[in-house]
Ligand binder design. Structure first.
Ligand code: NDP
Length: 281
């Protein structure tokens, strides 16, 4: 039986084994998928040992996504832009690295939420690992503009600078701002994506409601009870709200497709997972 794993620290909360096992069941694939807590100083040795034992590939979560990118012998252009990798596929001596976070978000917004991104004005809040993973795939959808706003403006500036060529190629106005910049506060956006960890930390909403648009969409990459305050805030202002559970399932599906060559039925798995998450809280 083929073995896969998700490596992280912490890892207990991970839904990946449940999602990947459901994908396998629904597509008739035979595989085993586990989660492993990796000591903070032992990412490379743990992955090497898993690979040597016959493992076929793995997912990587916090805080090892940068180390995973460095471990890959070759990788997708998405990894180079994000400087982070959430999926490794072992191919003999070689390790292929990909970042499926952005593919997952785009697929969730476009296919599951039915929200086309082309020509839209998008506000992306945050410039950490999640924002870095999604910016490239969002640019490829040819929005009108993607403005990246972060608490620490220098990180937003660096992220946008790394994506400048892609933004130009796709014809997208991509700029970096601090969270309180007048340009952000003085207009509304078709789509507001909270890729900061404000919800994770139960912190105040990172931007005022003036950024929201009636009939627009606001998406927090967080999911579960921690995302509810952001979603309620959006709904209170007439904006459709979405959490990050769909992205979680869709990024997992892109990993599954990379490893197994089969596209799993994500909408059914998302519905099942949503029921499971709401039951467990
Ligand atoms: P990082 O730690 O890499 O980055 C955190 C980001 O949030 C930084 O830009 C930081 O700003 C900003 N931030 C932190 N606290 C606040 C606050 N109180 N107000 C405003 N901004 C704040 O985290 P990740 O990027 O990995 O994760 C971000 C979120 O995305 C998390 O909620 C995570 O759960 C979610 N996520 C969801 C996924 C999914 O599949 N649904 C996948 C990956 C992540 P600064 O630079 O100033 O510190």
């Amino acid at each position: 039986m083929d073995h896969y794993c998700v490596f992280g620290h912490p890892i207990e909360h991970s839904k990946s084994p449940w999602i990947q096992s459901r994908f396998a069941e629904l597509t008739g694939q035979t595989l085993q998928y586990e989660k492993t807590l990796v000591p903070l100083d032992a990412f490379k040795t743990t992955v090497d040992a898993f690979k040597a034992s016959g493992g076929k590939g793995c997912n990587v979560t916090l805080p090892f996504k940068s180390e995973a990118a460095a471990l890959a012998t070759h990788c997708s252009p998405r990894v180079a832009l994000a400087q982070a990798c959430n999926t490794l596929k072992f191919e003999g001596d070689q390790i292929y690295g990909d970042n499926t976070d952005g593919l997952g978000l785009v697929r969730d917004l476009v296919h599951n939420a039915g929200f086309s991104l082309k020509g839209r004005r998008i506000l992306l809040i945050g410039a950490g690992g999640a924002a870095a993973g999604v910016l490239g795939p969002l640019l490829a959808e040819q929005a009108h503009s993607i403005w990246v706003a972060n608490r620490s403006v220098d990180k937003a500036v660096q992220l946008v600078a790394r994506h400048a060529s892609l933004a130009q190629l796709e014809g997208v106005d991509c700029q970096a701002f601090g969270l309180n910049h007048e340009a952000i506060l003085s207009q509304s956006f078709d789509l507001v994506i909270n890729a900061s960890s404000s919800s994770l930390h139960n912190a105040a909403l990172p931007v005022p409601a003036s950024v929201l648009q009636t009939n627009g969409l606001a998406c927090d990459l967080m999911y579960g009870p921690a995302a509810l305050a952001f979603m309620q805030w959006a709904q209170d202002h007439g904006t459709q709200a979405r959490d990050g559970l769909g992205m979680l399932v869709e990024q997992a599906a892109a990993s599954f497709q990379l490893w197994r060559g089969v596209q799993p039925p994500t909408q059914q798995v998302l519905a099942d997972l949503r029921a499971l998450v709401s039951l467990s809280h």
